[in-house]
Design a protein around this ligand. Structure first.
Ligand code: EPU
Length: 429
């Protein structure tokens, strides 16, 4: 069994460089399918979700050439199938972007119902609604999603009932090569939505308004890439290191990030007592006292990101006073709180609310990664806890954090990757 062992406590000091954004890359890789030619991508994170995407693209006929582990050329000239393997697409959530991208190019698309982190119900009704508005027929049966169209998709008005990152991205993908104009209202505004639109526009798409409540897409007949595209830095990886720096009373310069994307996290860290200095493409976070209690509610961007709430909860676990977290996006995102209770946290979660009373210390315990961000939170808890925290189910963490063990280790954490089956112990330095 694989695990990380974190020998705590420690104080993080030094510099860390942020990788490309997972949630932008998982949309941009399938978006390359809209081009009957080559796309050159830089700053692609080397994480297991992206490796899974490469495998899917190759199975459809893409040729992928690696310049290095973060830079690739994807040649989709010979893609001739839009039937994606059940085994490959059921592994993770973002495989649903294949629907929008492949519908732009083929008249029959099949993928499995998407998998991914267990955060509660994860319907795709809004994705389906968008495809149907554009003229496709969508059927879900026997664990698969089948989308078909008799003719080219046709631009249409689309109003999303809920603000959904995935449905917004999929509607953009499907509408890019549709005939006529599509206006999508009540859209998500996350930085990765803007990055997808920028990528497509850089190849000739006509997408306006990404980052606002309404996106207008004038369909074009084809796309072609003229120069390479660099994916934005990962907002959530940045936030994870910001919190880790603050909670360990450290001093860390976080490089290759976009401070504007971090505003909700920065505001909460300042409220907790951290010092946050913003530079053009880096952020320095330091802290020299016990965190003050705070409350937060997760909201779509530019609100506080749900993908940062498990990490922020560690600050509250050791804060002065009592804080509260309200989760408004995912119904089952507090499963990780049982793991923190094993470490001595005073935490109670009911429904969408968790109340956390700060304690003097956390103590090491064997803990599970319930999902990607909860797993990152367990590592941060291990960094402040007394003793050796064993973090299990780390495949969740490896889905979304490039070189996480190495990056923490370079900041002074004593953390090891251990594989009990092969007796491998890697001190990650
Ligand atoms: N929703 C619907 N119907 C839909 C789609 C969504 O009711 O058709 C609901 C969901 O149940 C949820 C809300 O709308 O309550 C928002 O879901 P959204 O569609 O925005 O989430 P997603 O696209 O499935 C992405 C990220 C998640 C992140 C959420 C929210 C990717 C691949 N995943 O998921 O990231 O939590 O947006 O920001 O982009 C992570 O990276 O750890 C992660 C879970």
């Amino acid at each position: 069994m694989e695990k990380f062992v974190v020998h705590g406590p420690c104080t993080l000091k030094g510099e860390v460089t942020i990788s490309g954004a997972k949630n932008a890359a998982v949309a941009i890789l399938p978006a390359t399918l809209l081009v009957k030619g080559k796309c050159h991508l830089e700053n692609v994170p080397d994480i297991s979700d992206i490796r899974a995407y490469y495998e899917i693209l190759q199975s459809l006929g893409s040729k992928i050439t690696f310049i290095n582990k973060n830079e690739v050329i994807i040649d989709n000239t010979n893609v001739n199938s839009a039937i994606a393997s059940y085994e490959l697409t059921s592994k993770f959530r973002a495989s649903y972007y294949l629907l929008g991208a492949l519908l732009g190019r083929f008249d029959k698309v099949q993928i499995s119902l998407p998998g991914g982190c267990n955060l509660g119900a994860r319907p795709i009704d809004q994705h389906i609604k968008a495809f149907e508005k554009l003229g496709a027929t969508v059927e879900v049966k026997s664990g698969n999603v089948y989308a078909t169209r008799k003719e080219k998709l046709k631009g249409a008005p689309i109003f999303l009932d809920v603000v959904s990152v995935g449905a917004t991205m999929n509607a953009i993908l499907a509408a890019t090569l549709a005939e006529g104009t599509t206006v999508i209202e009540n859209v998500a505004k996350e930085p990765h939505i803007v990055d997808l639109a920028n990528f497509l526009n850089s190849m000739g798409a006509k997408i306006k308004g990404a980052g606002t409540d309404s996106i207008r897409i004038t369909g074009v007949s084809s796309l072609s890439q003229k120069s390479s595209y660099s994916i934005i830095p990962d907002q959530i990886e940045t936030g994870t290191f910001m919190v880790a720096a603050a909670v360990t009373k450290g001093d860390v310069l976080i490089k290759n990030c976009i401070p504007k994307h971090m505003e909700p996290v920065t505001a909460k860290l300042i409220e907790a007592g951290a010092t946050v200095e913003e530079f053009e493409s880096s952020i320095r976070v330091s802290m020299n006292r016990k965190p003050s209690a705070f409350s937060l509610k997760t909201m779509p961007y530019p609100g506080f990101p749900t993908d940062m709430q498990p990490q922020m909860s560690i600050l509250l676990c050791v804060c002065d006073g009592t804080g509260m977290i309200v989760e408004n996006i995912w119904e089952s995102r507090f499963q990780y709180t049982d793991e923190l209770a094993k470490m001595g946290a005073d935490i109670s979660a009911h429904g969408t609310t968790a109340i956390i009373k700060g304690v003097d210390k956390l103590y090491a315990a064997p803990v599970k990664s319930h999902d990607l961000r909860a797993g990152a939170a367990m590592i941060i808890a291990g960094l402040v806890a007394e003793g050796d925290t064993e973090v299990y189910d780390i495949s969740h963490i490896l889905r979304g954090y490039e070189d996480i063990c190495l990056k923490f280790s370079k900041l002074g954490a004593n953390i090891e990757y251990v594989n009990d089956d092969t007796n491998e112990v890697n001190s990650c330095d």
